[in-house]
Design a protein around this ligand. Structure first.
Ligand code: ITT
Ligand code: NA
Length: 200
């Protein structure tokens, strides 16, 4: 059975593949490069859940394949949970990880270290052509640091240290990140549902 991973972010796609492959779920994962092109869906939702569903439904509609999508981001305590669903375009241009990260660092420049709490959040959606829809969640608490460190991962990983860690997410190996990440949590839960639903 083919399952579409509906993301236009190459780094995210890599993580989705890696995490789902590791679960052993028996599906053929295809990306947007493997299906006829369809227009990007406006992420008009105010929640991660809404946006994940918008992206999963668009994939189903365009391809007829069961589709997995994730909407994710970082929530910063002193920014009242922002950038949140706006994480990918916080500095204006969608997907400019470096500019987004720099803007957040500027916004917390005067905040004392002990108030730099933040968390990564992921909502993962699975939609089927017959209308079945499932959503799972992941949440990774931690704190921001002021100087980016590490080359792995993507997005805000170089300025985020998970609770209990001393290395940033970008200093973790792929396996270490997947084991704790918001995306790892959400996708492992979704893989379980995917396995059950495909067996029906
Ligand atoms: P798609 O919508 O096409 O999947 P996207 O990158 O726009 O790609 P999102 O709308 O979910 O995806 O935005 C997620 C943003 O949140 C992403 O661009 C990063 O800046 C940040 N983010 C999400 N997961 C992250 C992670 O594991 N590590 C670091 N930053 C992450
Ligand atoms: Na989004």
């Amino acid at each position: 059975m083919k399952v579409l991973l509906a993301t236009r972010n190459a780094k995210k796609l890599g993580e989705l593949r890696r995490i789902l492959d590791a679960t052993g779920v028996d599906v053929e994962l295809v990306g947007l490069d493997d299906v006829p092109p369809y227009p990007e869906t406006p992420e008009t939702g105010l929640t991660f859940e809404e946006n994940a569903l918008i992206k999963a439904r668009a994939g189903v509609e365009a391809t007829g394949l069961p589709t997995v999508a994730d909407d994710s981001g970082i929530t910063v305590d002193v920014l009242n949970g922002m950038p949140g669903v706006f994480s990918a375009r916080w500095a204006g241009r969608h997907g400019d990880d470096e500019a987004n990260l720099r803007l957040v660092l500027g916004q917390v420049a005067d905040v004392p270290d002990e108030h730099l709490g933040a968390a990564f959040v992921c909502a993962a959606a699975l939609a089927f052509p017959d209308g079945r829809e499932y959503i799972t969640h992941g949440h990774l608490p931690g704190r921001l640091i002021r100087e980016p460190r590490g080359e792995n991962g993507f997005g805000y990983d170089p300025i985020f240290v998970a609770t209990g860690n001393s290395r940033t997410n970008a200093e973790l190996t792929s396996e270490e990140k997947d084991a704790i990440s918001h995306r790892g949590q959400a996708m492992r839960a979704l893989a379980e549902i995917l396995g059950e639903q495909l067996a029906r």
